[in-house]
Write a new protein. Structure first.
Length: 177
């Protein structure tokens, strides 16, 4: 893992996509943990040049927030290209740069989520992802938040205007030292 500090991960749930519209975690977010860790493996969209996004719910997944997201993505590629993307007023959190839908080019990485159940502080995240993008290898770092302070009780990942063909996301609770 990229973030090295003393911690214990408690397995909560794994979700596997198979031509799925979204991957949702609706029953494992609780006041038991102030920090969560997500492991992403080989997430593949059904069509190329699409973005993986994340949204939060404050009602156990009945609805998802569509305002107050901010994100920053920085990436570098093995062909020397680097860039960033950001938004201070988005309808979702973007997770990395656009994805390829070639079967051997899924995105993998890890993410930490903070203050989901705080009710005082905004829910925020940071993560690191790698994927083959067409003919280049790309590494991206992401961070962001939702500026609302209502406790988050569910999270959803989706690829807008496409399905998630395959891949897994595993959710862990982080036991702080």
């Amino acid at each position: 893992m990229a973030y090295n500090y003393p911690r214990t991960l408690v397995f909560l749930e794994t979700k596997t996509a198979s031509a799925s519209a979204s991957i949702e975690f609706t029953s494992k977010i609780s006041s038991n943990f102030s920090t969560y860790y997500l492991s992403f493996r080989d997430i593949l969209p059904s069509s190329g040049s699409k973005n993986l996004t994340m949204t939060f719910s404050t009602d156990n997944g009945s609805t998802y927030l569509a305002t107050n997201y901010r994100y920053l993505i920085g990436y570098v590629r093995d062909d020397g290209v680097s860039n960033k993307s950001s938004s201070g007023a988005a309808t979702s959190c973007r997770i990395g740069d656009t994805l390829s839908n070639t079967s051997t080019k899924g995105v993998s990485g890890e993410m930490y989520l903070y203050n989901l159940n705080s009710g005082t502080y905004s829910a925020s995240y940071k993560g690191y992802f790698i994927h083959n993008k067409s003919t280049v290898l790309e590494s991206s770092q992401v961070c962001g938040d939702n500026t609302g302070t209502t406790a988050v009780t569910a999270i959803k990942f989706e690829i807008l205007t496409a399905n998630i063909t395959s891949g897994t996301i595993t959710l862990y609770g982080v036991v702080e030292p």
